[in-house]
Design a protein around this ligand. Structure first.
Ligand code: PNW
Length: 478
């Protein structure tokens, strides 16, 4: 962990984006309004036993009706960027066919509100909420879903491309493919390793076709990117078997996406490593060319590093590894890998706080694609926040987390990385997927009875950083 004191001023470039991030299903609510129909997350959260306490995004934090206040709050805090996602089911309820104008109008109003307050919008097209009808037709393991995504991308690009410059096709395709189709802790809750690898390929294809579709309808000045959550994988030792285990998890978390997207090829060892699960015959001629589209930027999401070793015979049981409770592993064909807890302080998710991993991740992609602008599109922590008797919410642990990770970004800049901005996850407390409302990632506290928003001390701290371009000092955590 970073020492909280003594501190020298940590200053950022003047054009740096200081943002916060959210996603549609986690904050909007209004799931049956204005023509929206169910996504896989509506179905999943309404299936008994799938989320903590059976919680759903039906109301979430009611952002659909409170977006003006939420934008005003961001402006008051001093943020100059906001990353949100579009609900596919609002725009194209069945995942096909003509767009619903009322759905598009919501996002247009949101964007206009942001622009009026000097906040730069970044739109994520897909943050895990596939229209249920497309899942019923096969979901991401079916090739057609990638083609449907490209049509949807063109619809949203056409509607918002004149006023939104920053576009992200997919958020964390790793989670969509492997938590959705292998471990089943996320929607649609399938536990089929072969299907999860098909899903990964079709998500890659969706990204490539989506990037082309966006560019065909948008001004050339706009930027097209995607957000990856490549694990920062560390081997437990330098023994060859542990290094092989680390490479396998690196391939399955990062290379399986950035290989084809950035370099036009899957990692050398991936086919062999997963041969027990699939023959990869779903990769068609021309797919790798279609997937490798020039990127204007890359989004990196980072929370914690991953520590692995070769599994000995008795550590081969499937485990959840902080990826939720499941007897099914999210890592296909990786029974020979054991996962370990990184030592150190942990957040409410049980994720170890380690800012050096963020520096490592940034430098890795700086080497992987020299010259590609990078954004930290998510970084943050869940803590058990509670209002004081005076109604204020003090979260010194989160301030410390943000200070440590933003300092790591600053060190990467000094080391030559081209990081253009940082989006804190998350603007406000919200529906944390399978964990429901239990895990609070917000810098703004949400009272789940009144839905009242209260900036935590971390939001005020981060706002000062945004306004001044310099990290304020950190009070030692009590
Ligand atoms: C990301 N894992 O989710 C998402 O993009 C957010 O929607 C989410 O709220 C946030 O991080 C916090 O969880 C992840 O198991 C969920 O490795 C799970 C994992 C990683 C990211």
């Amino acid at each position: 962990p970073e020492p909280a004191t003594p501190q020298t001023p940590v200053t950022f470039p003047s054009a740096f984006l200081w943002g916060a991030a959210t996603s549609a299903y986690q904050i909007e609510g209004a799931v049956r309004e204005d023509g929206r129909t169910p996504s896989i997350w509506d179905t999943f959260s309404h299936t008994p036993g799938k989320t903590a306490g059976g919680e759903t995004g039906d109301l979430a934090v009611d952002h659909y009706h409170r977006y003006r206040d939420d934008v005003a709050l961001m402006a008051d805090l001093g943020l100059n960027a906001y990353r949100f996602s579009v609900s596919w089911s609002r725009v194209q309820p069945t995942g096909r066919g003509p767009a619903v104008q009322r759905g598009l109008d919501f996002y247009r109003k949101l964007v206009d509100e942001l622009l009026a307050k000097g906040i730069k919008p970044a739109v994520t097209l897909y943050h895990w909420d596939l229209p249920q009808e497309l899942e019923d037709a096969g979901g991401w393991p079916a090739r057609d879903t990638a083609l449907r995504f490209a049509e949807y991308a063109a619809i949203v690009g056409e509607a918002l491309g004149d006023r939104v410059e920053q576009w992200i096709t997919l958020n964390e395709p790793w989670c969509s493919a492997f938590l959705g189709y292998a471990s089943g802790v996320h929607a649609p809750g399938r536990t089929d390793p072969a299907a999860s690898l098909r899903a990964a390929h079709h998500l890659n294809l969706a990204h490539g076709l989506g990037a082309v579709a966006l560019r065909s309808v948008m001004p050339a000045r706009n930027s097209v990117a995607l957000s990856l959550n490549t694990s920062v994988v560390r081997p437990l030792s330098q023994q060859p078997a542990d290094l092989v285990a680390a490479r396998k998890i690196d391939d399955l978390s990062g290379g399986i996406f950035h290989g084809p997207i950035l370099h036009g090829a899957y990692p050398e060892h991936l086919f062999e490593a997963t041969a027990s699960v699939t023959d990869w015959s779903f990769v068609q001629d021309g797919d790798l060319t279609a997937i490798r589209q020039p990127l204007d930027a890359l989004g990196l999401n980072y929370y914690t590093p991953t520590l692995v070793s070769a599994a000995d015979a008795d550590s081969r049981a499937p485990r959840s590894d902080g990826h939720g409770d499941s007897s099914h592993s999210p890592w296909p064909a990786a029974e020979d890998v054991a996962f370990h807890q990184t030592p150190g302080e942990r957040t409410e998710m049980g994720w170890t706080v380690d800012p050096t991993g963020l520096h490592e991740l940034i430098m890795r992609y700086t080497r992987e694609v020299p010259g590609l602008p990078l954004y930290i599109t998510e970084n943050g922590a869940a803590y058990d926040d509670k209002p004081d008797s005076d109604g204020r919410v003090h979260d010194p642990e989160r301030v410390n987390y943000l200070h440590g990770h933003l300092s790591a970004v600053r060190r990467a800049l000094a080391d030559g990385a081209d990081v253009r901005g940082y989006y804190l996850w998350s603007l406000m407390d919200n529906f944390e997927w399978a964990y429901g409302y239990d895990k609070r990632f917000g810098s703004v506290y949400v009272d789940y009875v009144t839905l009242e928003r209260t900036p935590k001390s971390s939001a005020l701290w981060y706002g000062r950083a945004a306004k001044t371009g310099t990290l304020p000092s950190v009070e030692p955590a009590e």
